[in-house]
Design a protein around this ligand. Structure first.
Ligand code: AMP
Length: 146
């Protein structure tokens, strides 16, 4: 059975383009719908949930920036319609699984690696997404950036 609904998870870094390109090839060859998701990890989570200040303005700015970056990132993929570009807020594993179920996805595509900055401390998103996934997961091998 060819895949019908493919969800690509992206951290929006340049290195993630081969992941989307691979997913688009798969979608083209199987006639599948292609969707993209970027998950914003809340500030409070990055700081251990213990920040004594109101983060709502910061979160709104984070969201607006992510939306702009997602649109620029997705523009070069004609198969990625604006209504198929999703932004979620929370833990990447949880949000990617939730969206995959909600959109009846039969394949999630991630990069094998892509950690940057603070996130380096937190372990592998690709690995997290693989565990307990509601459908197949393809990890596209990426070269490590130094
Ligand atoms: P990592 O395990 O953090 O090196 O990231 C591996 C892959 O997980 C990336 O190439 C993306 O496909 C995906 N990923 C990482 N962070 C996010 C995020 N915030 N939102 C969606 N996907 C992500």
């Amino acid at each position: 059975m060819p895949y019908q609904n493919i969800l690509v998870a992206t951290d929006l870094h340049e290195e993630c383009h081969p992941v989307v390109a691979r997913a688009q090839d798969l979608a083209n060859s199987s006639g599948a719908k292609l969707m993209l998701v970027h998950v914003i990890e809340p500030m409070a989570m990055a700081f251990g949930g213990d920040v004594p200040m109101d983060l709502s303005t910061l979160q709104q700015q984070q969201f607006d920036q992510a939306r702009d970056r997602l649109n620029v990132f997705a523009e070069q993929y004609p198969g990625l319609l604006p209504e198929h570009r999703h932004i979620a807020y929370g833990q990447p594993r949880q949000e990617v699984h939730r969206l995959a179920k909600e959109q009846n996805c039969d394949l999630i595509v991630v990069g094998s690696h892509g950690r940057h900055g603070l996130a380096l401390l937190l372990g592998s998103t690709a690995n997290d997404i693989l565990h307990g996934a509601p459908c197949d997961v393809l990890a596209v091998r990426l070269k490590k950036s130094e």
